[in-house]
Design a protein around this ligand. Structure first.
Ligand code: G6P
Length: 374
């Protein structure tokens, strides 16, 4: 077992640090460089015969559980932007509870690392019965979801052993960004944007490697936070998912209460919790929501909130007067890919919190890697 972990203490730690490589494998052979005669593009063999149908769908519905759901949420804004098709989100269990409407004209996208999660699989049966085009995004070749969908994409992140999903999350986002690029491939108006994102994908593994250098800083932060009862994370736009996923990591492995909050909902409840003691991580990297996040930070400051702000490298002075809060500076990438970078320090934080609090990193109590019963 130690051989499989290499130089790492835990699988989760290994899988976090493997992300530059796993992302590279996810994208291998799928990004086409282009030249003077041909534009840069994306090739997803498992989807290419279905792109026309997907473009013409009435809706694209993402369906998943846990981290896989969060990955789809991170990818949603870019898919909406490039496809022009409404994109809705469903937690598999909730879709089943409601028996929510799924139509023949829908494309239902099933996101699952294992490809075996019971609720996601049952939702797939349900969507198939309702006549939707079913697309699978899984990490497991030959899994039930891979076998029972009409078409799909393997994320090729390599085997993930830690119960808390890390490298599968970033690879899922990369695949869904590529899927958006493939779907939007027929519009010339978005070509410059698509090429910028493709360049961003090429460079993403290097930027993730840079983000991993925050390891010691996150360990220090974990020392500061290890005895806390609760930790809030505020995000919005592309990084609402980052807040949810960061909080999920802290909850599932460090066994600390943590909640991801949509910053736009701050005044509708969460603000009542703010005081000098409760630590709050605010994700405020550079994108079109940045000025709104600056205003959230100001309002939290005004209530003496204990803030830790994640911002783009070199932008610390834009998120508050120096010394007013702790800052985590991350490399900046194309806005729709930023969730891949921003989750890295939060994964590291969750990992170090778990070790410091003395809990089982790879097999948190009561949880399973693959939930195959309802
Ligand atoms: C379990 C795992 C999570 C995972 C979720 C969905 O809860 O502990 O890490 O995100 O199932 O699993 P899936 O294999 O469908 O992505």
């Amino acid at each position: 077992e130690q051989i499989k972990k290499g130089n790492y203490e835990h699988y989760m730690q290994k899988e976090i640090h493997e992300q530059p490589e796993s992302l590279r494998t996810t994208m291998r052979g799928r990004l086409i460089c282009g030249d003077s005669s041909k534009a840069k593009s994306v090739l997803l063999g498992g989807l290419k015969d279905h792109l026309r149908t997907i473009r013409r769908s009435r809706r694209i519905v993402f369906i998943g559980c846990g981290t896989s759901y969060n990955a789809a949420l991170a990818a949603r804004p870019f898919l909406e932007e490039l496809s022009g098709v409404p994109v809705t989100m469903e937690l598999a269990s909730d879709l089943l509870d409601r028996q929510g409407p799924i139509y023949r004209e829908d494309t239902a996208v099933f996101v699952s690392q294992s490809g075996e999660t019971a609720d996601t699989l049952l939702a797939l049966q349900y969507a198939t019965e309702n006549g939707a085009l079913c697309v699978g995004i899984t990490n497991t070749v030959g899994s039930a979801i891979a076998r029972n969908t009409h078409c799909g994409v393997h994320i090729n992140a390599g085997c993930e052993i830690g119960v808390a999903s890390t490298k599968a999350y970033t690879s899922q986002i990369a695949v869904m960004a590529m899927m958006a690029l493939a779907i939007g491939d027929d519009t010339t108006s978005s070509q410059a944007r698509r090429e910028a994102v493709i360049d961003g994908l090429f460079d993403l593994p290097n930027k993730v490697r840079e983000a991993l250098k925050l390891d010691n800083e996150m360990k220090d932060l974990a020392k500061l936070l290890m005895d806390e009862q609760s930790l809030l994370m505020f995000g919005r736009g592309y990084n609402y998912a980052t807040a949810l996923e960061g909080a999920l990591k802290v909850k599932e492995v460090a066994l600390m209460h943590s909640e991801g909050i949509l910053a736009g909902e701050m005044k509708h409840g969460p603000l009542a919790l703010v005081d000098e003691t409760l630590p709050i991580i605010v994700i405020a990297t550079h994108d079109t929501c940045f000025s709104k996040q600056q205003s959230v930070i100001q309002q939290l400051h005004a209530r003496k909130g204990r803030l830790i702000v994640m911002c783009s490298k070199g932008a610390a002075q834009l998120v508050g007067p120096s010394g007013s809060c702790r800052v985590i500076e991350v490399p900046q990438v194309e806005d729709c890919l930023q969730p891949v970078i921003n989750i890295v320090p939060l994964q590291l934080l969750a990992y170090h919190l778990t070790v410091l609090r003395g809990y089982n990193v790879d097999q948190p109590r009561n949880l399973a890697k693959s939930v195959t019963t309802q």
